[in-house]
Design a protein around this ligand. Structure first.
Ligand code: VGL
Ligand code: ZN
Length: 212
């Protein structure tokens, strides 16, 4: 694969590297912790770095427990089909904190999402109602960003939706595959890569990224 040199106009978007998505967490992504050293290494080379943080109200609409249902079932909501998750990333909880080995001191912005009680938000740009914006597009645009490199957890949910919404907002987007891990429910990972590819999201490896 050809190498990509990082420079002005490039941003690293680090999605949801939080305790609840890592080993021992409420919604642990298989091998989720493995992204941490890769992201720590990657981050040094980017002029713009944003962290997203899944940040739900207690009793959030995306929680199975809020519907008397089992985790990983689905339900129909006003904005579409919602996967029901174990309670996770409740605002201010230890599970919602960033992984403690994630060391990204040069990150400049944290965008929280999923804090409206009745709307989920996989994407760091637009909530699941496909309407409500988080403000991230405006932020990166004002920082002069043209190209996004997206990494973190989980490839088939928050990383994928963030990457696709980044394209829809007009950015060039690449997902750094080895800096991501997936949940993979019923083929969701293969579908996410297909959908991303259809929208022109590139798939790259951290070894092919040359820091600025
Ligand atoms: C995520 C499910 C629910 C993610 C967040 O970060 O991929 N997945 N909330
Ligand atoms: Zn969530």
């Amino acid at each position: 694969m050809s190498k990509t040199a990082i420079g002005a106009g490039d941003a690293l978007i680090i999605v949801d590297v939080q305790n609840d998505f890592c080993g021992g967490g409420a919604l642990a992504v298989p091998d989720g912790d493995a992204v941490v050293p890769v992201i720590n290494r990657l981050a040094g080379g980017f002029p713009v770095i944003v962290l997203s943080q899944d940040w739900h109200t207690p009793g959030h609409i995306s929680f199975a427990s809020s519907h008397g249902r089992q985790p990983f079932e689905t339900t129909e909501l006003a904005y579409g089909t919602q996967v029901l998750w174990p309670d996770h990333c409740v605002m201010g909880s230890a599970g919602a904190a960033f992984h403690r080995e994630l060391v990204v001191p040069t990150a400049q912005m944290v965008v929280r999402k999923g804090f409206h009680p009745d709307v989920d938000s996989y994407s760091a740009f637009v909530e699941a109602d496909h309407e409500t914006k988080t403000g991230l597009a405006g932020y990166v645009e004002e920082r002069g960003v043209k190209r996004l490199f997206v990494c973190g957890l989980a490839t088939d949910f928050c990383v994928g939706w963030t990457a696709m919404d980044g394209r829809k907002a007009g950015f060039e987007v690449a997902v750094v595959e080895d800096a991501c891990r997936a949940i993979d429910l019923d083929g969701s990972l293969a579908k996410a890569w297909r959908d991303m590819s259809d929208l022109g999201v590139r798939r790259v490896n951290s070894a092919d990224i040359l820091p600025a």
